[in-house]
Design a protein around this ligand. Structure first.
Ligand code: ATP
Length: 404
């Protein structure tokens, strides 16, 4: 019997071992490669995402740049259509142009708001300016809660406001029967803080009318080129919300007599004022819309606004008398916790003060009490508060003199 070749067996075993080691190494490297592949796949995915993001950023920046390079377009109104391709437009400065309309623009009508090219003035696009939304954004519309009871003194003024505004709104038939036309509105004039706005709000409250407040100076400063249109829209809004009271504060900013300097700003104010006159003339005496103008400067007012048929009832709202001051004090101390207060003495101490200053003195007196850790207000608090309000007022006057 042949003896097994021990050397061969040994070599085979060794080779077998080597193969197994090699296999194991291969398996490990396969796992490693698989892992690496996964990592690479993820990195690739991330890079692709980043690249998409960068591409989007680039596109946005590029679009922005293209937009920035585009010339601005002028906003104008179509005055009248000549035919499908031509129209007369009006720029905000009042100049009119005969111009061509871009081919893709259809259904253009007079009164539309359009964008025009700066150089050729051709109409490029129609813009939808919803005036209803705009005007409501720029004026204060409210149903005031101030009642006649909140007004101290001003008996004669209240009487006039009731006659001119309240009565025609509440009893229009009475005027028809008697056969007279009530004024369309009135003008309140007098120093600041004397209760002009308060009177207007109180009459809106008593008639349950919508109160639309506009500030004259804002109309001409904030909305350059738009003042006249805004006036038109305000009156249209008032008609929609009728019964309504349009309160124009600082009406002198619109309706001041002025030297005709011919500047574009001057023309702009004039246009706004003309529109105001046209609107006042445009509605009937017994319409459910009334206008109240307020000014501190009656002396500079254009006579056109107070002509018969317009704001022809002038009501002066001056600084309150001693009795008036007492009434105002009563109004503003109604809810205060007072102790041993002599209102008559306070009313004398408040000489030359307006209603607004009297209210400020009441608030200040309350603060003096709070600072002294009390829950009631004393005469001394009031006297100190009046002193403080008067000093602040004097400082204000000096400052105004300094800055002109
Ligand atoms: P301006 O001319 O500066 O617009 P104005 O005459 O319209 O001032 P208001 O705004 O009505 O003055 O008054 C300011 C505040 O002063 C009022 O909210 C009110 O609290 C107080 N006030 C003024 N007058 C009176 C008054 N007669 N009775 C009660 N409070 C008053």
């Amino acid at each position: 019997m042949a003896k097994p070749d021990t050397k061969n067996v040994y070599t085979e075993a060794l080779e077998q071992d080597d193969l197994e080691v090699e296999n194991q190494a291969l398996a490990e490297s396969l796992v490693k490669s698989e892992n690496e592949k996964k990592v690479l796949h993820k990195t690739l995915q991330r890079i692709e995402e980043e690249s998409a993001l960068l591409r989007e950023l680039f596109n946005n920046a590029n679009n922005e740049l293209t937009n920035l390079k585009k010339p601005a377009l002028l906003v104008a109104d179509v005055v009248s259509m000549i035919d499908e391709n031509k129209a007369i437009i009006k720029l905000p400065n009042g100049n009119r142009f005969y111009c061509y309309i871009a081919k893709n623009l259809e259904n253009l009508r007079s009164g539309d708001c359009v964008l025009v090219d700066q150089k050729s003035l051709n109409v490029i696009e129609k813009v939808d300016v919803s005036s209803h939304v705009d005007v409501e954004k720029y004026v204060i519309i409210e149903k005031p809660r101030e009642s006649w009871k909140e007004i101290g003194g001003l008996k004669r003024e209240i009487q006039e406001v009731k006659e001119v505004i309240e009565l025609p709104l509440k009893k229009p038939k009475l005027f028809e029967k008697v056969g007279i036309q009530p004024p369309k509105g009135l003008l309140l004039y007098g120093p600041p803080g004397t209760g002009k706005t308060l009177l207007a709000k109180a009459v809106a409250h008593s008639t349950n009318a919508t109160f639309i407040e506009v500030v004259g100076s804002e109309l001409v400063q904030k909305f350059i080129g738009e003042g006249a249109k805004l006036v038109k829209d305000i009156f249209a809004l008032a008609r929609r919300k009728a019964p309504a009271i349009i309160f124009i504060d600082e009406i002198d900013a619109l309706a001041a007599t002025r030297m005709d300097t011919g500047t574009s700003g001057e023309r702009e104010v004039n246009r706004t004022f003309m529109q105001l006159l046209a609107e006042v003339d445009g509605f009937k005496h017994l319409d459910n819309v009334k206008i109240i103008g307020a000014t501190n400067r009656l002396d500079i007012l254009d006579a056109a606004i107070v002509r018969p048929g317009r704001l022809d009832r002038l009501v002066e709202v001056g600084l309150p008398s001693e009795e008036g001051r007492l009434e105002i004090l009563k109004v503003h101390t109604r809810r205060m916790n007072l102790q041993k207060i002599k209102l008559k003495e306070l009313s004398r101490a408040l000489e030359h003060c307006s209603g607004a200053e009297i209210r400020a003195a009441c608030t200040e007196a309350g603060y003096f009490a709070i600072r002294a850790n009390r829950d009631h207000v004393t005469q001394k608090d009031f006297l100190e508060a009046i002193e403080k309000v008067k000093i602040t007022e004097e400082e204000d006057l000096e400052y105004k003199k300094l800055v002109g």
